[in-house]
Design a protein around this ligand. Sequence first.
Ligand code: BMA
Length: 305
Amino acid sequence: MPIIHPKKQILKRYAGNPIVTNDIMPFSCRGVYNSSAVKHKGKYVMVLRAEGYNLIDSFWLAHSDDGYAWKIGDMIPLPDTKEYREYGANQYDPRITRIGNIYYITFCVHGTDVRMGLMSTKDFKKFSWEGFITGSGFRNTVLFPEKINGLYTALERPNEMGDIWLTQSPDLQFWGNHKRVLRHNDVPWAWGKIGPCGTPIRTSKGWLIIFHGVQLVCTHESVYHAGIMLTDLKEPWKIIRVGNEPILTPETSEEVAGHVPTVVFASSQIVEEDGSVKVYYGASDRYQCVADTTIDLLLEAALKR
Ligand code: BMA
C-alpha cells in the first residue's frame, strides 16, 4: 500500500521571500543563496554565499534584528595561506555551528576537486583559518553543536558515494571514527544523493537532522528537496527514524526557476527559545529564502510522517 499522509504544512514559507537577492548586494553579483544564519548576542547574523557573474563565490556578512529583514555588511576575508591559494579556486555553502563561545564555519573549497575548510570567529569581525578538515572528495560537512563522548562530531558526504557519514575528532584537525549514518538508496525520494544541511538540533527525543536529497529526473536534471531524520543522542550515527516525505520541495517561482532550476537547499536553521525554528534555504542557486516551523512539527515529520 502507498503511504498516504494527511495534508499538513511542516515548513511555512515566509511571505516576504526571497529575503536576500543579488539586487541589494554592493557589487556585481548574480545570486545569493545557500547561506547560513545564527543568533549572536540577541541579533541575527548571516554568512552569505554571493556568486559573481564569473561564477566565483565570496562570503559576506548580513545583519538582522528579526531574522527576516537583512542589511548587508562586510565581505569576509578568505584564508590567505599558500595551501589555501593552491587548492581553492572557489568556495561555497558555508555552515555555522556555535560550540561554547566560538562560531565555526565549515565550507566547501573547490579546486580540481572539492574538500572542506574550517574558519572560526568569536565576534563576526575577526576570522581565523583552522585548516582543511577533509581530504579531496568531501562536501557538506557540518559540526554538531557540542562534543559527543568527548569528541567534536561532524556529518559529511563523501561525494562519490552520495551518503551521509559521521566523523569525530579530538581537536578539529585529526578525524576518524567514521560511520555511515544514512544511505541515499534508503531514501525513496532521493535516489541521486543526500547530504546534511544545518547544525543538528538537540531535542529530548534525539538529534533532529535536516538533510537535502536529490531526485534525478528524466531530463538529466536534479531536483533538490529537504528531508528530516532523528538520530540517537549518545550515538548519533544510529537512526531513530527518517521522515518518509520531504519537509520542503521546490514549488514557488523562485524555487523552480533560477540559475539551477528546482533546488531548495536548506543550509542552516535558528531555534528560538519558544521552540519556533527559522529554516534558511537557497532557492534555485539564485535567492536566499526562509521558512518557519517548530521543533514539535519537525519531530512529527521525523517520527510520524
Ligand atoms: C551543490 C552545491 C550547492 C548547490 C547545489 C545545486 O553541489 O553547489 O551549493 O545548491 O549543488 O546546484
